[in-house]
Design a protein around this ligand. Structure first.
Ligand code: IVH
Length: 683
C-alpha cells in the first residue's frame, strides 16, 4: 500500500493496538497452522482479524507487508518438503450477518456493473484442512497443504492413504494437468471413535475433528495416517492444462465428481442473494445432524467468466464469501469448580464459568467429567478455558489457554469426602468415576433417585418436578421413594408456591402412577446400568418380580443383552435389605402391574438390528427407538454387516453410505412410520 498524503494518521494508541493485534494473530497462526494446537478459538481469531482489518482500512499507513491481513497462514514445517503453488491458494472473506452478505452481493454487482441478480453456488464450509491435489495425465502426482498460500508442504504419502482420494481419475476428457482443491476432514463419528480409543489407552485426545484431521495429516509415518478416518471433499480447481472446464462452478464440481472426486451432497445453486440467505438458514437448522463439522456456508459467483472479471484482492477472491455460523467454541474464565453427586453416587466436577455466548446460547456451566479429565486438561481455577458447545451436547471444557494463566490460579482439589453427606468418596481401580459411598444416606443420591423414579419413562408422576423433589427432601418431608405415597394434602399444600389445587393434582398423579408395568417399575428402581431396554428384557425373561428378585448372577446372564457386569449390579441391588423393604413398601402403597408375557413369544422385529441416522422430523429419536424396541428390535449406533435396516433422515451421511455399500435396506421417515403403523404402533 503506498502512502498518500491525504491518508489519515493513526494516534499512538491506534499504532500500539495494531502492533498488539499483529502479535496476537501471528502467535495464533503459528499455533493453528504449524503446531496444530490452537489456543485461540476461531471466532476470537476472526474478531481480532476484523479489528485489524478495520483499523488498516481507516489508516492505510498501518498496513505493512508482514501484517497478518496480508497473508493466509504461517510457514510450513521443515520436516516435509516444500511445494510451490503455481496458482496461489487463497482464503475467504467472512460475513457474520445477512447485511454483510448483502453488501458482498452489492459489491459484486457494482463491479460487474449490473442490476440483474447474480447466481451463486452454495456449499457448506467444511472444517478441515485445505489440500491441493495435482494430477498429471490423470494420475495423482502430488498432494500439498496450503501453507502460507504460496508455499505448502508435500504430504503426498499421507494423502494417498485417504480412501476418498482418487489415485487415478476415471472417465473421459481428463485434462493433461489438473490441480484439484478441497478439504480433508474427519467425520464426527470417526472422531468420537478415535478419541474414545485414545482415552481408553491413556493417550492424548484431540480437541475437535479439525484438529484430529490436521494431526493425522501431519504424521511423518503415513501408516498412522492410514488408520485415521479421514475424508476428502473437493470444492475447486487450481492449475488446469489441456481441457476446458464447464463455465459454471456447480457444473465444474459435477465434472470433478464424474472424474472420481467426492463433492458435497448439499451443494446447490441460488438464483440471487436472498436464495443464499435461505440456504444459510436451512443448512443452519441441519448443522447438528450433519455427519461432519461445518463452520459456515461458502457462496461463490457461479459463472466462472464473471469470477475472472471480478478477480482477487490480497488474500481472497472478490467472487466468494464465507458466511459463518455462530461459533461452537469460545473462550471464557473458569470461576470455580463444584462437585455434583448423581443418582449412583458419581461425583462429577462441574466448571462454573463467566457466562459466554457459544453455539447459540449463553453458557455458565460445563462438565469436567472426572478426575482424569481435570488432570488431562491441566486446568486450574482462574484459568482462561476454551468451551465447546456443539448441538445439544452438554458444554465441555476442551482446552486451557496457558499463556493467560493468572498468578493466583488455584489447583483443583478432588474431594476425599462427599460434599453433600461427608461420606468417603471411593474410586474403583480401572474406573474413571469416583463415587460417594453414602448410598441413600446421601441426600443428593436420594434426590436423584426420587427424580428418576418420578420421570416420564419411569413412574411418570405428572407435576413432580426436580425443584419440588429437592424442596420435599430438604424440608424433611421425603426420605425415600416409597415415602412419595405417604405425602398428605396438608403437607403438600403447606409448601411454598403450592396451592390446594396443585397439591390435589399431585396426589391424583401419584395415585395414577400406581397402575404401572413391570418394565417401567424396574427401570424406575434406578438399578445401575439398567436402562429401559434392559428393564424390558428382564421383565420379559422372568415375567414377575419375585422370580427376578431371586435370580442369581448366572441365571441373570441368560437374559438378552445382560452380561456379567449388569448381572452383578442387578443381583446386588435385590440383595440389599433396604431395596427389599422399599419394594415391599411400594407394593403396600398399592403400586401394581400385570404379569409380563414371558420368553418365547416372537415379536415382529425380534432378532433384528436397526440403525437410526440423520434428522427425524415427525418422531423424536427416542420415540423412534422406543417403538423399535417395543417391536423386539435392537437399536444400534453404527452400521455393520449385522444391521438389518437403516432409517435415514435428512443429513444422513457416512452411516447411510455404509448401508448402501453393504446393500442394507434403508427407509426414510415416512416409510418407517408406515412400517410401524403396519405393525400395530399408533402414531
Ligand atoms: S473455497 C479461493 N470452498 O475455507 C477460494 N473453501 O477460509 C478458496 N473451505 O482454505 C476456498 N470449505 O480450507 C472453499 N466449500 C469450500 C470450503 C472452503 C471449506 C476452507 C478452505 C479454505 C478456507 C477459507
Amino acid at each position: 500500500m503506498t502512502k498518500k498524503s491525504t491518508d489519515k494518521q493513526p494516534t499512538t494508541e491506534q499504532r500500539q493496538r495494531a502492533q498488539e493485534l499483529h502479535d496476537i494473530l501471528q502467535r495464533a497462526n503459528y499455533q493453528y497452522y504449524v503446531l496444530d494446537d490452537p489456543e485461540l478459538p476461531d471466532a476470537e481469531y476472526d474478531r481480532r482479524l476484523r479489528e485489524l482489518q478495520d483499523l488498516e482500512a481507516e489508516y492505510p499507513d498501518l498496513v505493512t507487508p508482514d501484517s497478518p491481513t496480508q497473508r493466509v497462514g504461517a510457514g510450513p514445517l521443515t520436516s516435509f518438503a516444500e511445494v510451490r503453488h503455481e496458482v496461489p491458494m487463497l482464503s475467504l472473506d467472512n460475513a457474520f450477518n445477512d447485511e454483510e452478505l448483502q453488501e458482498f452481493d452489492r459489491r459484486v454487482r457494482d463491479r460487474l456493473n449490473t442490476s440483474e441478480p447474480v447466481e451463486y453456488a452454495c456449499e457448506p464450509k467444511l472444517d478441515g484442512i485445505a489440500i491441493s491435489l495435482l494430477y498429471r495425465e490423470g494420475v495423482l502426482e502430488r498432494a500439498a497443504t496450503r501453507g502460507d498460500g504460496t508455499t505448502g508442504e508435500d504430504i503426498t504419502q499421507n494423502v494417498r492413504t485417504v480412501g476418498s482420494v482418487p489415485l487415478r481419475l476415471l472417465g473421459n476428457g481428463v485434462p493433461a494437468v489438473l490441480e484439484v482443491r478441497g478439504e480433508i476432514y474427519m467425520p464426527k463419528d470417526g472422531f468420537a471413535a478415535l478419541n474414545k480409543k485414545a482415552a481408553e489407552a491413556g493417550e492424548k485426545t484431540f480437541v475437535n475433528p479439525r484438529n484430529a484431521a490436521a494431526g493425522s495429516l501431519r504424521q511423518l509415518d503415513s501408516r498412522i495416517t492410514a488408520q485415521r478416518p479421514l475424508q476428502l471433499c473437493v470444492y475447486g480447481v487450481g492449475q488446469v492444462e489441456g481441457a476446458t472446464l464447464p463455465g459454471k462452478h456447480t457444473e465444474m464440481l459435477l465434472q470433478l465428481n464424474r472424474w472420481g472426486f467426492r463433492i458435497n451432497s448439499e451443494m446447490a445453486a441460488a438464483r440471487d442473494i436472498d436464495g443464499c440467505i435461505e440456504y444459510y438458514q436451512q443448512l443452519g437448522e441441519k448443522r447438528d445432524a450433519l455427519p461432519y463439522d461445518i463452520d459456515g456456508i461458502v457462496f461463490k459467483v457461479n459463472d466462472t467468466a464473471l469470477q475472472r472479471r471480478l478477480g482477487f484482492v490480497a488474500r481472497a477472491p472478490r467472487w466468494a464469501m464465507a458466511y459463518k455460523f455462530p461459533a461452537q467454541e469460545e473462550m471464557t474464565e473458569l470461576l470455580d469448580v463444584e462437585f455434583q453427586v448423581g443418582r449412583t453416587g458419581a461425583v462429577t466436577p462441574v466448571a462454573r464459568l463467566k457466562p459466554v455466548f457459544v453455539g447459540g446460547v449463553t453458557v455458565s456451566n460445563a462438565t469436567l467429567h472426572n478426575r482424569d479429565e481435570i488432570e488431562r486438561l491441566g486446568v486450574k481455577v482462574g484459568d482462561t478455558v476454551v468451551i465447546r458447545r456443539a448441538g445439544d451436547v452438554i458444554p465441555q471444557v476442551v482446552s486451557v489457554v496457558e499463556s493467560k494463566r493468572p498468578k493466583n490460579a488455584r489447583d483443583i482439589e478432588f474431594p476425599t469426602h462427599c460434599p453433600v453427606c461427608d461420606s468417603p468418596v471411593e474410586s474403583t481401580p480401572g474406573e474413571a468415576v469416583a463415587r460417594c459411598s453414602g448410598g441413600l444416606i446421601c441426600s443428593a443420591q436420594r434426590k436423584q433417585a426420587i427424580k428418576h423414579f418420578a420421570s416420564r419413562k419411569a413412574m411418570d408422576i405428572d407435576g413432580l418436578g426436580d425443584k419440588l423433589v429437592e424442596q420435599l427432601v430438604d424440608e424433611g418431608l421425603l426420605h425415600s421413594v416409597s415415602g412419595l405415597y405417604d405425602l398428605t394434602l396438608e403437607q403438600l399444600a403447606g409448601l411454598e408456591r403450592m396451592g390446594q389445587k396443585s397439591a390435589q393434582n399431585l396426589l391424583d398423579a401419584l395415585e395414577r402412577s400406581k397402575d404401572t408395568t413391570l418394565p417401567k417399575f424396574l427401570y424406575a428402581l434406578g438399578i445401575r446400568e439398567v436402562g429401559e431396554a434392559t428393564a424390558r428384557n428382564l421383565a420379559r425373561h422372568y415375567g414377575d418380580l419375585e422370580s427376578l428378585m431371586q435370580a442369581d448372577e448366572e441365571s441373570l446372564q441368560e437374559v438378552e443383552d445382560v452380561g456379567p457386569v449388569v448381572a452383578h449390579f442387578v443381583a446386588e441391588f435385590f440383595q440389599q435389605t433396604h431395596a427389599q423393604e422399599e419394594i415391599e413398601a411400594l407394593r403396600q402403597a398399592g403400586v401394581h402391574w400385570q404379569p409380563e408375557e414371558t420368553g418365547g413369544e416372537e415379536q415382529p422385529l425380534s432378532g433384528q438390528t436397526w440403525v437410526l441416522t440423520g434428522k427425524l422430523e415427525t418422531l423424536s429419536r427416542s420415540e423412534a427407538k422406543d417403538y423399535l424396541q417395543r417391536l423386539g428390535a435392537k437399536v444400534a449406533g453404527s452400521v455393520s454387516a449385522k444391521t438389518d435396516s437403516v432409517v435415514a433422515g435428512p443429513g444422513a451421511g457416512s452411516k447411510l453410505n455404509k448401508a448402501r455399500e453393504l446393500d442394507i435396506p434403508t427407509l426414510d421417515e415416512e416409510a418407517f412410520i408406515e412400517m410401524l403403523r403396519g405393525r400395530g404402533i399408533e402414531i
